[in-house]
Design a protein around this ligand. Structure first.
Ligand code: MG
Length: 170
């Protein structure tokens, strides 16, 4: 069985991942409305990623014989402005998620629940990738600047994103 404190902390993280997924879905809708179909597609893929993270933890809680408790999500807010503003918000979303994973990791360590520590390692690596891929997009957006053709090319590139494999872990 999972210690209660850890079960609560993982449930909190499930909520965090679902809330992130919801935010990315709103960002996808935002870009769809703005005519950036490629950015909309990228955000939709990002939504799927976050759902996959939530489901990994959802299954883990059950594997450990504990209970999943779902709570209400907040209405997501997307910052209005140029595409770069939305991607900056995406980076902040990921950074907040990284901090939440770190906090959860430290609770698992403190409680010497090494199975959870091991399970969370995948998430630590994943966050490095998530932040890095958004940093790269932001760098490209800064280079594109006010040039509409460069921005449309970037839109086209991000429209090519394919779903990531679940690492075949479970
Ligand atoms: Mg996540």
């Amino acid at each position: 069985m999972l210690p209660d404190r850890l079960s609560e902390a993982i449930n909190k993280q499930i909520h965090h991942e679902l809330q992130s997924a919801y935010t990315y879905l709103a960002m996808s809708a935002h870009f769809e409305n703005e005519g950036f179909d490629g950015f909309a597609h990228w955000m939709e893929m990002q939504h799927s990623e976050e759902m996959m993270h939530a489901m990994k933890l959802f299954r883990y809680v059950h594997e450990r014989g504990a209970r999943v408790k779902l709570v209400a999500l907040e209405a997501p807010e997307v910052r209005q402005g140029k595409p770069i503003v939305v991607f900056e918000q995406a980076l902040e979303t990921e950074k907040a998620n990284t901090s939440a994973i770190h906090e959860l990791y430290s609770i698992a360590n403190e409680l010497k629940d090494y199975a959870t520590v091991s399970h969370l390692k995948w998430f630590l690596d994943e966050q490095v990738e998530e932040e890095n891929s958004i940093e790269t997009i932001l760098a490209h957006m800064r280079i594109a600047g006010e040039d509409p053709s460069a921005l449309l090319l970037l839109n086209q590139q991000l429209g090519q994103r394919t779903p990531e494999a679940d690492d075949g872990e479970e």
